[in-house]
Design a protein around this ligand. Sequence first.
Ligand SMILES: [Zn+2]
Ligand SMILES: [Zn+2]
Length: 254
Amino acid sequence: MDEIKLTADYHSHTRYSHGSGTILDNAKSASQKGLEILAITDHAVRHPIVGVSPKKYDKMRADLEEVQKGFDNLTLMLGIEANVLGMAGDIDVKEKDMSKLDIVLAGYHLTSFPYKFSDYFKITWNALTKYTMKSTKAQIARNTTMFVNAVKKHPIDILTHPGFRLDIDYKEVGKVCADYGTYVELSSRHKTPDEKSIEQLLSTDCVFVINSDAHKPENIASCDFAIALAKKYGIPDTRIANILGKKLDLRSKR
Ligand SMILES: [Zn+2]
Ligand SMILES: [Zn+2]
């Protein structure tokens, strides 16, 4: 593969959470960069202060549809980036609210505290100390269980930045994503997965998406880290879902 040209970016934030632009600003940037599809995926409700309540989904939809009228060659999708909240794999988007969304992403964020107090010790403590203390095998096993449970339990379309904040068994996470049809994100923003881990993911049958996770309009489709990783490890076109005008097969819509 010589050139990897993204035709879709399924992960971007706006002022509805803590992005700096509006839906229109993000759409303009996506259009300038030649994308065919852009998903607006602000943080879900348990993200402190900035999380989007499901009550706002209708307003966001109305805004998005208004913006869509100005773009013929770009399809906007309304999504959310849910928080994975503890060992049981729960997320902060209910299935009844998913019908208001076009796509559902989920990932772990340190500041979105788990539902169960015991998970602070099981998960949050490891996230707080990851960069100063090596994760233990037991911690990695618990983190892995959390993601595996989330993918099994909920129709998550894309697992965002796995490995960010928490060490995991990439092979197990890649396998469950392949089995359940959840795409695995290569994140330029968080530089995950790292080079040690990409080969473990590649040894499974999981399919990747390369996303910007842009919090500023100008960063839409800016994915140099992930594209370089994909090139270096020779990820085949068939395993990257947002190139060559392909469309995702969305679990949340099945
Ligand atoms: Zn995130
Ligand atoms: Zn994000």
